[in-house]
Design a protein around this ligand. Structure first.
Ligand SMILES: NC(=O)CC[C@H](N)C(=O)O
Length: 357
């Protein structure tokens, strides 16, 4: 057992035992309130550069299975947990949580008073933290990393299927978004985040899905005109970062939340029905309500806890965006109909397109 420390930039130090790769690591300390789903969470590319604190007190109890990774290589900076379970019990378990971290080169710290850490992050706002064998007086400087570039595919990938053809713009997509599209019968072309409109046009899809992804959406400013053009030409669905990027491309603004929404229990109100849906979320930024041109966008979903914007619908183009994760994984699938409706819509619009041709 190797003693380790998480030092926050605000000075607080948390002690525990190092697990996984056991190397020094700097990241933004965030917390996730999900009760299950640690495998999907640590492999979600949107966490690139972040140290995730799990609020749920015991992690590793059902092991790691062969199906639930959301990406090939985890991009997160570290994990902080309460109790680590080294004796997983599940018929599909093939690995221990700590071995998964080691294999992925990710450092973790276990045995931490995570309730106190979460309370600290909630009062301080999101802070940087450093995982190390020793306490740190001062944190090393942050390297400015463009995380989307790091996690997005370098090559275009095509998945054959019988239904409508969707381009998945990869800002760091979760595998379950691709799986959800394939399950709906869609053929999918995954393209690098920087693919311009002209290239999308050459692919000639029936619709475009703008994926989730890490970091500040403003880092993608250079691509806003292309994103706008793509969404004006193809029925579009934006998920999480994809939602923020579409809003920004049409002139709205984003801001950083105090400590983000991360977990599988975030209530959002669907304004068309008045119903509250429980959603899976993982974001630190949000679209600023007052910056949205209400002649152009209708607000479709609002967060019940803090009234922040959770969904938008363009008034003239078939564009819909959601801040939460309708594909779930992990979390409730109350809103999976958003993906189904997108596919139904592009299938019918596709038919009209073909009829015109
Ligand atoms: N899951 C996501 O796509 C996250 C979006 C963005 N990086 C944020 O933190 O707000």
């Amino acid at each position: 057992m190797e003693q380790g420390y998480l030092t926050l930039e605000t000075g607080e130090v948390f002690e525990g035992v190092l697990i996984g790769a056991k190397k020094d690591s700097l990241g933004e300390v965030v917390f996730n309130t999900s009760m299950t789903g640690y495998q999907e969470i640590i492999t979600d590319p949107s966490y690139a550069g972040q140290i995730i604190t799990f609020c749920y007190p015991i992690i590793g109890n059902y092991g790691i299975n062969a199906m639930d990774d959301e990406s090939i290589s985890p991009a997160l900076a570290g994990v902080v947990i309460g109790d680590l379970c080294e004796t997983p019990s599940h018929y599909q378990s093939i690995q221990k949580f700590s071995d998964k971290l080691a294999q992925a080169g990710v450092t973790g710290i276990a045995g931490v008073d995570t309730r106190l850490l979460v309370k600290t992050v909630r009062s301080r706002g999101t802070v940087r933290g450093y995982l190390s064998h020793t306490k740190k007086e001062e944190l090393p400087p942050v390297k400015n990393t463009f995380w989307v570039e790091k996690v997005s595919t370098k090559k275009t990938k095509y998945f054959k299927n019988k239904g409508p053809h969707v381009v998945l713009m990869d800002f760091g997509y979760k595998k379950s978004i691709l799986t959800a599209l394939l399950d709906e019968g869609c053929a999918v072309t995954v393209v690098p985040y920087s693919t311009p409109f002209e290239k999308i046009k050459a692919i000639d899809p029936d619709g475009v899905l703008f994926s989730n992804g890490p970091g500040d959406p403003m880092e993608l400013k250079k691509w806003f005109p292309e994103i706008k053009k793509i969404s004006q030409h193809y029925p579009s669905l934006g998920i999480c970062l994809g939602h923020q990027l579409i809003a920004l491309a049409y002139g709205a603004q984003t801001e950083k939340l105090a400590y983000g929404h991360r977990g599988g229990n975030h209530p959002v109100k669907e304004l068309s029905t008045g119903k509250v849906k429980i959603t899976s979320q993982n974001h630190g930024y949000v679209v600023v309500d007052s910056s949205i041109d209400k002649n152009v966008f209708e607000i479709t979903y609002l967060n019940v806890n803090d009234k922040s914007i959770e969904g938008l619908k363009h008034k003239h183009y078939p564009i819909q965006t959601v801040q939460f994760h309708p594909e779930a994984h992990p979390g409730p699938n109350d809103t999976v109909h958003i993906i189904t409706e997108f596919v139904t819509q592009i299938a019918s619009l596709g038919e009209t397109r073909y009829a015109i041709k």
